[in-house]
Design a protein around this ligand. Structure first.
Ligand code: GLC
Length: 554
């Protein structure tokens, strides 16, 4: 077995502090678009650094010892804990354990929802890859990595299946959206059925599943210090198959990934086709995680080279063209159209009249975000939670951009958090636009479900982003809101309404990722060193001279 390369994953048992949790030297990733934001170090930033100092190294070491459980707030944690854990935590763990799915006696995942009251089960009795991520993180943080390993291996096996939709064969690397274990009590056999999009509404393949798989493999490796799983020939092959799907060259003129509507967490038609931020951020993160895990044999080296080039182009593209703040919005508002040739400022021919009215009010003087989508003459100005949080965690967002995203949360708290954290996207689409964009989808009416609904699962991503940007106070506020309702309401899948005040119209109860998301948020806040398994640092030591490309115009 090859020794881990110098720039690869570090053994997590080594003592490290949050700013040092980088995994590898990612060269040439520092193209920075011009930013207009200057801000003072906030109280929260100070409080976090003070907190990390006062917690001392012992704590970090403890939390990082392979196989060690989180030191705070989890069942089995020691009496070192000087304050009472929230009573919801024990309930949440019980519910999470009830959702476990076994295959031939081994736990391999958690079902999407354990809602007995609901008449329709649909596919909520399946193990979804994306839904399992917060469950997996909760188990890792609690020192229970086996289920995560089983899940990674089981889904890897499913990847090997031949996948067909009617007469059309899907790419080899595609990972399932979900799978189900069928128990036959008479024959005493367990079998698995998987869905790669052939049963899903709209028959769309889940582009996010493969990325989440890679991200989870790194989280497992980082948390346990067990490099041997990622280094197996099977895992290396699985990773390469996923990478082959998204690194292939074709007619693309952009480094971003072209997708069909409904290919990710938002798995119904919602106008996210094209280059949705959620997928671009996950793509970026998965590429960075792969770089840290690929073995440097001949084939591995080729992948590393292709990934590095793609990351370079992708970060430039995203940071320049998807980023919007007050200044950038003002520039777009004044764009000229029909510009031809390399000198064009308005490269994608965005027509200023297409800027929706709401964005002028929504944009604070300080703050910014990555827009939903950028493609020729179509800029989707909607704000999406998952993409923006993952952009922070993966360091796709520069430090300034990450700070600006958090400033936006603070400035637009009512809109983005309201009474239940947090909105999946903002704002909702209504009336005629809703008819055209969703195809009159009755589940996605305004301020419901994927159309501006509030999803408790996103709390863990918000919390992770808060910790990474040094603003734990924001996470604390959001968690308090969740604590005032989640358990009482039976852990709904989503909430409806402009402020997220009503339990979602068709929301499942005991939705596993709402439960696990809460636990992960709590554990991370109590012990910020957990952040390392799901966050990647920008490389600060190896800052290349920032060269602006000839196409740089702003
Ligand atoms: C819904 C969500 C999807 C989730 C699934 C299972 O379809 O849109 O993101 O994975 O439910 O919870």
């Amino acid at each position: 077995m090859d020794a881990p390369k110098e720039t690869g994953l570090r053994n997590v048992s080594s003592v490290c502090s949050i700013p040092e949790m980088d995994d590898f030297d990612l060269k040439n990733l520092l193209d920075k678009p011009r930013l207009t934001i200057k801000r003072e170090r906030s109280f929260d930033e100070r409080s976090l650094s003070e907190m990390s100092i006062s917690r001392g190294l012992d704590n970090l070491e403890l939390a990082y010892s392979p196989g060690g459980r989180s030191v705070l707030d989890t069942p089995g944690s020691s009496t070192r804990n000087s304050f009472e854990p929230h009573p919801m935590i024990a309930e949440a763990w019980d519910s999470l354990r009830r959702s476990l799915v076994h295959f031939r006696g081994q736990p391999v995942g958690t079902i999407a929802a354990y809602d007995h009251a609901s008449e329709e089960v649909l596919n909520y009795d399946q193990v979804f890859v994306r839904d399992f991520v917060p469950s997996a993180l909760a188990f890792l943080m609690n020192g229970e990595p086996d289920i995560v390993k089983n899940f990674l291996l089981k889904t890897l096996q499913l990847q090997g299946w031949e996948k067909r939709i009617d007469r059309f064969k899907l790419g080899e690397g595609a990972m399932p959206a979900s799978f189900k274990v069928l128990h036959d009590p008479e024959r005493k056999t367990d079998t698995i059925v998987a869905d790669f999009g052939e049963s899903a509404i709209g028959r769309v393949a889940p582009v996010d599943s493969g990325f989440w798989w890679i991200i989870l493999l790194r989280a497992y490796t980082k948390s346990t210090g067990d490099l041997s799983l990622a280094e197996t020939a099977d895992c290396q092959k699985g990773m390469k198959l996923i990478l082959t799907l998204c690194l292939s060259e074709g007619f693309d003129t952009f480094p971003t990934l072209l997708c069909a509507d409904g290919c990710s967490m938002i798995d119904r038609r919602m106008g996210i086709y094209g280059y949705p931020i959620e997928i671009q951020a996950l793509f970026f993160m998965a590429l960075r995680c792969s770089l840290a895990m690929l073995k440097l044999d001949e084939e591995g080296k080729e992948f590393v080279e292709r990934i590095t080039k793609r990351l370079h182009a992708l970060s430039f593209h995203m940071r320049s063209y998807f980023w919007i703040d007050f200044q950038q919005l003002n520039d777009i508002y004044r764009y000229k159209t029909e510009e031809y040739s390399h000198t064009a400022v308005n490269k994608f021919n965005v027509i200023p009249d297409s800027i929706p009215d709401w964005v002028f009010d929504f944009m604070p003087t300080r703050g910014g975000y990555f827009v939903g989508n950028v493609s020729p003459a179509r800029m989707d100005f909607r704000w999406f939670a998952l993409g923006n949080c993952v952009a922070i965690l993966s360091s796709l967002a520069t430090a300034e951009q990450a700070s600006a995203i958090m400033d936006l949360f603070e400035a637009r708290w009512e809109e983005l958090v309201g009474e239940m954290p947090i909105k999946i996207c903002y704002p909702a689409i209504e009336s005629h636009e809703w008819r055209i964009v969703t195809g009159c989808d009755p589940k996605n009416t305004r301020w419901s479900y994927h159309n501006g609904g509030s999803w408790p699962v996103l709390l863990w991503l918000l919390t992770a982003a808060c910790i990474k940007t040094g603003r734990p106070q924001i996470a604390r506020r959001a968690i308090e809101l969740a604590e005032s309702r989640l358990l009482k309401d039976g852990w709904p899948e989503y909430y409806d309404g402009k402020n997220g005040r009503y339990i979602g119209k068709q929301a499942r109860k005991y939705q596993t990722w709402s439960i696990a998301g809460y636990l992960v948020a709590k554990m991370m806040l109590e012990d910020p060193s957990h952040l390392g398994m799901i966050s990647l640092e920008d490389d600060r030591q190896l800052k290349p001279i920032i060269k602006r490309s000839s196409s740089w115009t702003c």
